[in-house]
Write a protein that binds this ligand. Structure first.
Ligand SMILES: Cc1cc2nc3c(=O)[nH]c(=O)nc-3n(C[C@H](O)[C@H](O)[C@H](O)COP(=O)(O)O)c2cc1C
Length: 199
C-alpha cells in the first residue's frame, strides 16, 4: 500500500475499483482529480482484466497506476479493509465496470476484493457508482443492469459522449465523463460543465 496524501484533516474513504472494460483513461482522469481533493482518502483495487486495458489504453506503467491512490489493494487480498462493512467509507466508484464485474455484483459473487468491496457497499447501502461500458448490450447485460439499478444507492452511469460542452479533444471529453461520475460523491471536477439551459 502506498500513501501520497499526508495531512491531519478528517478524510472520507472512497474506494475506486477498476475492472477490465475499455476506459482505463477515464479511471486515470478520476484518480488524478481525486489527488486534488484532500478530503478523500482513496483506496484503489484493480482487477486482472483492468491490467490488460491499462496496458492497451494508457501510456502509464501498471506500477505507476497503483501510486495514483492513497492506498492500493491487491485484487486477491480479500482480507483487506474494503472487504468489511466495519471499514467505513462514503462509497465506491467502479470505473470502468465490465459486464463480468456487473454480473458478479448483481449475484453477490465476491471471489475477489473488488467484487467483495462492491458487495459490502451494497449491503451497507452506501453509494455505488458503476461506469459500465459495453456495446451492444445483450439482454443478459441489460437484465443485470436493471436489477442493479433497483438497489438502494446504486447508480448505473455509462460514460456517454456529451456534446453540449463542445469538447475539443478526447481528453476534454474524458474529463467531462469523469466529472459526471465524481459528482455523485459531491466532487466538483475542475472544468466539468453542467447543463445550464439553452442560451
Ligand atoms: C482491450 C480490452 C477491452 C475490453 N473491453 C471490454 C468492455 O468494454 N466491456 C466489457 O464488459 N468487457 C471488456 N473486455 C473483456 C473483459 O476484460 C473480460 O471479460 C474480463 O474477464 C473482465 O474481468 P474483470 O471484470 O474481473 O476485470 C475487454 C477486454 C480487453 C482485453
Amino acid at each position: 500500500m502506498a500513501g501520497v496524501k499526508n495531512n491531519k484533516m478528517e478524510q472520507k474513504r472512497l474506494i475506486i475499483g477498476m475492472s477490465g472494460a475499455s476506459g482505463a483513461p477515464l479511471a486515470l482522469a478520476c484518480l488524478r482529480e481525486l489527488q486534488h481533493h484532500r478530503e478523500f482518502e482513496t483506496h484503489l483495487i484493480i482487477s486482472n482484466g483492468a491490467r490488460l486495458t491499462i496496458e492497451q489504453e494508457t501510456k502509464l506503467p501498471f506500477a505507476e497506476f497503483t501510486h495514483l491512490a492513497d492506498f492500493y489493494h491487491e485484487i486477491q487480498s480479500v482480507g483487506d479493509g474494503p472487504a468489511s462493512g466495519t471499514f467505513s467509507t462514503c462509497g465506491m466508484l467502479i470505473v470502468p465496470c465490465s459486464m463480468k464485474t456487473a454480473t458478479g455484483i448483481r449475484n453477490g459473487f465476491s471471489d475477489n476484493l473488488l467484487l467483495r468491496a462492491a458487495d459490502v457497499t451494497v449491503k451497507e447501502k452506501r453509494t455505488l457508482v458503476l461506469a459500465v461500458r459495453e456495446t451492444p448490450l445483450s439482454p443478459i447485460h441489460l437484465s443485470n443492469l436493471l436489477e442493479l439499478s433497483r438497489l438502494q444507492n446504486v447508480w448505473i452511469i455509462p460514460p456517454m459522449l456529451t456534446y453540449y460542452n463542445q469538447a475539443s479533444s478526447i481528453e476534454e471529453m474524458t474529463r467531462q465523463a469523469a466529472g459526471k461520475l465524481l459528482s455523485r460523491f459531491g466532487i466538483q471536477l475542475e472544468g466539468y460543465q453542467e447543463w445550464n439551459g439553452i442560451k
